[in-house]
Design a protein around this ligand. Structure first.
Ligand SMILES: [Ca+2]
Ligand SMILES: [Ca+2]
Length: 118
């Protein structure tokens, strides 16, 4: 049956249930159940194993490893390290008694497009 008889018969791994393997074409797509299931902030890469069999999916089998890399998007908002900040300044003064510094962090990767040069 040659190449025409090859079927892509299984996809296994920690997030295999989130993906769909077309048994005829071998195309792997993301399932539509939950688009938030691929979260770079949880894991930036996954490993899967795919299997192919000849003779219409009933013959000899072989497997291949797949590394799926999750590229980052800016989907996390900044979070402040404190829930509330307080500053104090004497009236008629221009400077705070002690510096008032906000600090926030963001779980996304650093942006490649927003660089501030001084
Ligand atoms: Ca962000
Ligand atoms: Ca992100």
């Amino acid at each position: 049956m040659g190449t025409d008889g090859i079927r892509y018969t299984s996809l296994t791994g920690s997030i295999a249930e989130e993906l769909i393997l077309n048994p005829i074409t071998g195309v792997i797509t993301v399932g539509s159940r939950d688009k938030n299931s691929l979260d770079r902030e949880l894991s930036s890469a996954y490993f899967l194993t795919a299997e192919a069999r000849d003779s219409g999916g009933r013959g000899n089998r072989n497997t291949v490893q797949i590394q799926l890399v999750i590229n980052d998007v800016n989907d996390e908002k900044p979070t402040f390290l404190l829930s509330r900040y307080e500053g104090r300044v004497f009236e008629n003064e221009l400077q705070f008694i002690s510096p008032l510094i906000l600090e926030a962090k963001d779980r996304d990767l650093p942006s490649k497009f927003l660089t501030i040069k001084t």
